[in-house]
Ligand binder design. Structure first.
Ligand code: ATP
Length: 348
């Protein structure tokens, strides 16, 4: 697929505290849903504001379809960038009806056709029956659909979504994510989502850039960043994990507290590793040596699965099993790896 949005060396500082967006490089392809994922304050919204034209860049550039939109000495106004925007609080015009909210940006269409087309787009987002209401007469999920209809109606090349699901309750959030993704995919639009919610990024996006402190740590598909994190930050931000050091001898197997463990690549020397709790399981001890037997410290029962906290050779491990693996606190257990551990870049 062709690159639609290209971001190169994008950098922005607000004060002497250094860049809040630091040399960002990524691209969003045509028809792709891409997420910028990171903790609060890591610079996601600032990046979105630089792409949409609400903020000026100190260094670097933003292009759509090869056309320069932003650089230190070039600035295309937000309304001329061909970008749609769905804000966290939806930002609907309170004094306009639903249909007028959507028709508002359709300046390229003759006036008499705007309402017909706006209604068509509202129907696509399931809001056709609500066209004459005011935004204050809608639920959060309905306002969300109108905001999306307004953003996609002018057929922008790219839609930016700034934490668009954060004001919805958990049940609605799940269904809206799926609906919005389906609408964007059917419309063949590219989208850039900003979120601090890893589950949202993993389930909504085709690819994810994981951000930390102004820079991107890793870009990949949800599966790549989850199963093959490159850094400790990515491993820990994407979900719970076990981090440990091991001494490798040039092969892809190491001896650890967990016994012989496979690695995702050959390695030599002291390496930092991560293994997800669901890639470990627990068994009853049989004839293991005492140092190979751990103790259950506690467990979190979640119905369909259980997370165990286990102490082994002075280290604590998380083990995530299905609900048929049943142990009690203080039980003696053996931790069995089910998958390879992943080698991380060691910053120490
Ligand atoms: P959140 O998830 O909480 O919205 P974020 O990752 O989107 O966070 P930004 O809103 O981009 O982060 O903010 C990054 C940093 O830049 C923060 O430390 C913030 O205080 C600072 N910042 C953002 N806008 C401005 C501004 N206009 N003036 C000064 N500092 C700012």
């Amino acid at each position: 697929m062709k690159d639609l949005l290209t971001v190169r060396n994008l950098t922005k500082s607000f004060d002497e505290n250094g860049p809040v967006v630091d040399s960002l490089d990524f691209e969003v392809k045509e028809h792709e849903i891409f997420a910028l994922l990171g903790p609060s304050g890591c610079g996601k919204t600032t990046c979105l504001r630089l792409i949409s034209g609400f903020e000026r860049a100190d260094h670097g550039e933003v292009r759509i379809d090869g056309h320069l939109l932003e650089s230190p000495d070039h600035h295309v106004a937000p309304q001329d960038r061909g970008i749609g925007f769905v804000f966290q609080d939806y930002a609907l015009f309170p004094h306009l009806s639903v249909i007028d909210n959507v028709a508002f940006g359709l300046t390229d269409i003759p006036k008499h056709k705007r309402h017909v087309y706006a209604e068509e787009v509202l129907c696509r987002t399931g809001m056709g029956d609500y066209k004459d209401r005011n935004p204050s007469e809608l639920s959060g999920g309905q306002q969300q659909r109108v905001a999306l209809a307004r953003a996609i109606a002018p057929k922008p090349k790219l839609v930016l979504l700034d934490e668009p699901f954060s004001n919805l309750d958990a049940m609605l959030r799940d269904s809206m994510r799926k609906e919005v993704r389906d609408i964007l995919k059917k419309a063949g639009m590219s989208a850039l989502l900003v979120t601090h919610d890893q589950e949202e990024a993993l389930s909504f996006a085709d690819r994810i850039a994981v951000m930390n402190d102004g820079h991107i740590e890793q870009v990949g598909t949800p599966e790549e960043v989850y199963y093959n994190p490159k850094t400790k930050f990515v491993a820990q931000f994407l979900g719970r994990t076990n981090i440990f050091h091991a001494d490798a001898n040039g092969s892809s197997e190491v001896n650890t507290n967990l016994g012989a463990l496979r690695l995702n690549a050959d390695a030599k020397g002291h390496v930092l590793c991560s293994i997800r709790p669901e890639h470990l399981t627990l068994e009853k001890p049989t004839n293991q040596k005492p140092e190979e037997v751990g103790t259950v410290l506690g467990r979190e029962f979640k119905g369909h699965d259980i997370t165990y906290h286990v102490k082994l050779s002075g280290e604590k491990y998380l083990v995530h099993t299905d609900n048929r693996v049943l142990f009690e606190p203080n039980d003696a257990v053996v931790i069995k790896p089910l998958e390879s551990a992943v080698i991380l870049e060691d910053e120490d």
